[in-house]
Design a protein around this ligand. Sequence first.
Ligand SMILES: Nc1nc(=O)c(N)c(NC[C@H](O)[C@H](O)[C@H](O)COP(=O)(O)O)[nH]1
Ligand SMILES: [Zn+2]
Length: 170
Amino acid sequence: DPSDHKSILRLALNEAEKSEPKPTNFRVGALLLNESNGEVLATGYTLELPGNTHAEQCCLLKLSESYSIPEERVGEILPENTVIYTTMEPCGKRLSGNLPCVERILRTQKEGKGGIRKVYHGVSEPETFVGENVGRTKLEESGITCIHISGLEDDILKVATAGHEREAGE
Ligand SMILES: Nc1nc(=O)c(N)c(NC[C@H](O)[C@H](O)[C@H](O)COP(=O)(O)O)[nH]1
Ligand SMILES: [Zn+2]
């Protein structure tokens, strides 16, 4: 029920708060959940793993490392009803040019079965870096349900932009 979604999203926000503030990205937290039994499969936050990593990317990378397989094959070990909760919607484009998380999520699906089935997110991506995020459309076109969980927007954005220049009086 909705209160469960919000409490799970708050767990992801707790992860985001561990991220090192930077002016060139957002501090995001994410977690992979087996929706059949509520088991948290992995958590992640921006820059948790070496390299310019994203929260969603860290979830997938940590899980693949625990199975000693490359991240691009992580879909093979995901339970049937795997979903991802992320404080900010997955990126569809990255200023660094690194592979966007939408692509990383899409490739967990082989022939449209298994893999990540739903993306629960707390906010859309602000247009700071790449303008409007087109990622959500790509996900929905591939049959991945994107669900906005409301109620934590202010907290999520405050955490996400902690490393950014503050306008006077903000
Ligand atoms: N969903 C999401 N999770 C993250 O962990 C993260 N950092 C972003 N941020 C989106 C933003 O668009 C990119 O951070 C910038 O476009 C810079 O790109 P890089 O991060 O340097 O690849 N978005
Ligand atoms: Zn991303």
